[in-house]
Design a protein around this ligand. Structure first.
Ligand code: AMP
Length: 405
């Protein structure tokens, strides 16, 4: 049986979050502002979300017993990562409403299932093929062509569990780099831009769309997002239609991001689905009438969706762990800019590539916003953000070990 909420869950109710990272933190802060109570599942009671929540159940996001303990003490459960095992989620949703449901996560958390689902929907994507052994590796390369990217079926994120092969002679070495794990081979896309659609879906099917965002990645990790994206006429509408079909076919509830490539020929290809709040939507907290975090709370609690309207153009710049190499950065470099908002996630250990915080520059004058970002990058020692461009394959998909979220 699936737990069902009979009506909207109003402030005073308790929201449970599986996973206690920065997404859960910002969601918890927004939920508490609205008068909800929040409990998170996290091994560290001082983690980013646990430290701002009303309560914490100690446990990793794949700890079934701990997830069940959380489920028995809250009114609705949601997540900040798609990597919670579907079996754990199925147990949770027998106890309390889970939004999005276990079936959404089952489809999305396995890249192969996700690609098959998108094919069944007829959504445009890069040619792909499954890889299980050396024979299927070579067959996949013959089918999709090179250059290609190998991506582990499970547990990949921010380029983890990905390896690039520019020609067939590099296939085995690339597969070794991802631990010979079951994978999907994808033709490498020489894209013009990367964009993402962020939407929210209510349990009754209502949709709210945020404006299209343009994303710049560096070493597979999101570096900066600019909104609104500057794209040819019709692209935003097309991107929204694709994202809406995905959300509806999954019967998703909550915020969802769909990452897409805009090709040099002007077509859109879906790269991946994130059935949750997303890094490319951080700008909404400050630049939109309703943040993605409030919107997610509204959707999972069955409240009417909020207004996603953009109040001002904005640029979001991620702050990664390498900036802490000589201790915490000098934040006056950010704080002296009146239009820059500093967000820090309260993570104690700074590791290279770890998302520690972000800066949001909100400015009607887009040139001035770009200038402010450049100044902040220079002062913090961040390699300057390029204008969007097509990087060479080796710059974008370099070897990386497979690792859990
Ligand atoms: P992902 O984890 O799938 O979102 O990949 C991280 C980043 O690697 C993407 O945002 C792209 O910049 C790059 N990337 C992933 N897959 C491909 C592909 N098939 N072709 C070109 N670039 C890719």
């Amino acid at each position: 049986m699936t737990g069902r909420a009979s009506g909207p869950l109003l402030p005073g109710a308790t929201l449970g979050i599986l996973g206690g990272g920065q997404l859960a933190r910002m969601m918890a802060l927004e939920a508490r502002r609205m008068g909800y109570r929040v409990r998170v599942l996290d091994p560290d009671p001082h983690g980013p979300a646990a430290s701002v929540a009303d309560g914490c159940v100690a446990g990793a996001f794949d700890d079934a017993e701990a997830a069940i303990r959380l489920a028995t003490t809250v009114d609705v459960v949601t997540l900040d990562t798609e990597h919670v095992p579907a079996e754990v989620l199925e147990r949770v949703q027998c106890i309390v409403p889970l939004r999005p449901s276990a079936s959404v996560l089952r489809t999305v958390q396995d890249r192969l299932e996700q690609r098959r689902f998108l094919d069944r929907l007829g959504v445009p994507q890069t040619p792909w093929a499954p890889v299980d052994d050396a024979a299927s590796l070579h067959a996949a390369a013959a089918a999709v062509g090179t250059p290609l990217v190998l991506k582990t079926r499970r547990a990949g994120y921010d380029g983890k569990g990905q390896a690039f092969a520019s020609d067939p002679s590099q296939l085995l070495e690339a597969w070794d780099r991802i631990g010979r794990a079951p994978a999907v081979a994808e033709r490498f896309v020489r894209f013009e831009r990367e964009v993402s659609v962020l939407l929210a879906r209510h349990p009754d099917g209502a949709l709210a769309f945020y404006p299209l965002v343009e994303n710049a990645h560096r070493r597979h990790i999101l570096h900066a997002s600019r909104v609104p994206a500057v794209v040819p006429a019709g692209i935003e509408e097309q991107a929204r239609r694709i994202a809406a079909r995905i959300a509806e076919a999954l019967d998703h509830v909550g915020v969802m991001a769909v990452e897409m490539f805009l090709t040099r020929e002007g077509g859109l290809l879906v790269n991946e689905i994130a059935p949750r709040t997303h890094n490319s939507g951080h700008y909404t907290l400050g630049a939109c009438a309703t943040s993605q975090f409030e919107q997610h709370v509204r959707a999972v609690c069955g409240l009417p969706l909020g207004d996603p309207a953009l109040l001002s153009p904005a640029i979001m710049l991620n702050l990664l762990g390498e900036l802490w190499r000589d201790g915490p950065p000098d934040w006056t470099a950010v704080l002296r800019h009146p239009r820059a908002r500093l967000h820090l996630y309260g993570k104690r250990d700074a590791r290279p590539g770890r998302k520690m915080g972000h800066v949001l520059v909100i400015d009607d004058d887009r040139d001035r916003a770009e200038h402010t970002v450049r100044e902040i990058e220079r002062a913090l020692g961040i390699e300057p953000t390029d204008e969007p461009r097509s990087a060479s394959p080796s710059e974008r998909v370099a070897p990386g070990p497979s690792r859990n979220h």
